[in-house]
Design a binder for this molecule. Structure first.
Ligand SMILES: NC(=O)c1ccc[n+]([C@@H]2O[C@H](COP(=O)([O-])OP(=O)(O)OC[C@H]3O[C@@H](n4cnc5c(N)ncnc54)[C@H](O)[C@@H]3O)[C@@H](O)[C@H]2O)c1
Ligand SMILES: [Zn+2]
Length: 348
């Protein structure tokens, strides 16, 4: 399946089993033979898929280099980006050359940020290998790194020249990270794909990962195209994330995964929506059923009061009003501005 994301510089997202071995051909649509390719990857993923990727790039006539960093979120920082710059500079990379990110969201965000900033911007191609990165992080052009005092505080919008998502790479992903990505998959179904929600309910959604990923990317595509710089309608993609971020913060970003926090956040948003009369009655229960089916939690030890307090401190609040994403029903969502002081009455 191939989807074209029509942003300022349009690009293709190719979602196909085995596409890992065709990355060279995809890159050759944009880059001349002889160009240099820096594979940016990490210590878990590179040993699994690095050689196949390098072989594919070399077969297409590129001069291939690799930079491999220690796997994990702690590496997603400026000092690692500096090491990537060094590898690029030492090997004489110019603006005709490019980066290929091979890994999860950490690799894509950081390799993309290096590409966005080296020589004021060189091309990059994303090869996402986690469910989260395939359905979410690799599409939309957001790149960046963490600072010691906050996540994703430095970054740039930089669209990749292409994304090559190979669902077969997910076979080596741990159950924990697969589940994490399912939080986002369920989110897409809730906000705009009722049919996908039904497939999740019936348990058939995982039979065809190409289709599953394709549906999620198609959903993200519509919002990204409407609002490339994330100033308006793209906010819908934050369904479940307002309370979700608050929960992650309360947990000190440890002990709860992003997908788990978003799952609980979606339940709270659905409950609030039902209380407000915006969300169809029974929606929360349907959502709870699907989250449980994919072994995601639906509640947490923190009280509503604590969650609301942490929400009020979240960066996405604009003054005293919160732009809240609510479902009208499964598959249909909207942005609802809610005054902060009203929150306690919505989550009693
Ligand atoms: N740019 C965006 O729009 C966007 C959106 C959502 C999340 N993110 C970012 O993405 C990051 C989280 O992404 P993630 O969950 O993919 O994290 P990750 O890159 O750390 O990958 C998760 C784990 O899975 C391992 N792994 C990856 N692919 C594998 C494979 N195929 N087989 C075996 N192991 C594999 C990794 O080594 C790591 O241990 C966060 O930093 C977040 O801020 C960015
Ligand atoms: Zn998310």
């Amino acid at each position: 399946m191939v989807l074209t994301i029509k942003t300022d510089s349009p690009y293709q997202v190719v979602i196909e089993n085995g596409v890992l071995d065709r990355v060279g051909k995809i890159a050759a649509k944009n880059k001349r033979p002889g160009a240099k390719a820096m594979v940016v990857s990490e210590t878990n993923v590179f040993p699994l898929y690095g050689e196949r990727l390098k072989t594919s790039l070399a077969a297409a006539g590129f001069e291939v280099f690799a930079f491999v960093f220690p796997a994990g979120e702690p590496s997603k920082q400026i000092s690692t980006v500096c090491e990537i710059y060094r590898a690029l500079a030492e090997n004489g990379f110019t603006r005709s050359d490019f980066i290929v990110t091979l890994g999860g969201g950490v690799t894509g965000d950081m390799g993309g940020f290096a590409a966005a900033t080296f020589l004021r911007g060189i091309s990059f191609l994303q090869v996402p290998t986690t469910l989260l990165a395939q359905v979410d992080a690799s599409v939309g052009g957001k790149t960046g790194v963490d600072l010691p005092f906050g996540k994703n505080l430095v970054g740039a919008f930089h669209q990749p020249m292409a994304v090559a998502a190979d669902p077969q790479t997910l076979t080596t992903l741990s159950e924990r990270y697969f589940r994490d990505g399912m939080g986002e998959v369920i989110k897409y179904a809730c906000i705009s794909d009722r049919d996908l929600f039904q497939k999740l309910e019936s348990g058939t959604a995982l039979e065809n990962l190409e289709e599953l990923t394709g549906r999620c990317v198609a959903c993200k595509k519509t919002f990204v195209e409407e609002d490339t710089r994330d100033t308006g309608s793209r906010m819908i993609l934050n369904f479940g994330h307002t309370f979700g971020h608050a929960l992650e913060k309360l947990h000190g970003f440890q002990g709860i995964s992003h997908g788990e926090a978003v799952g609980i956040g979606m339940i709270l948003a659905a409950q609030a929506g039902e209380r407000m009369g915006v969300t169809a009655p029974g929606t929360t229960e349907k959502l709870r059923g699907v989250l449980e089916k994919y072994r995601l939690p639906t509640e947490d030890g923190f009280s509503h009061e604590e969650i609301i307090r942490a929400t009020a401190l979240d960066k996405k609040t604009m003054g005293d009003t919160l732009n809240f994403i609510l479902l009208e029903e499964i598959g249909k969502s909207r942005i609802c501005p809610i005054p902060l002081e009203k929150l306690p009455s919505l989550l009693p």
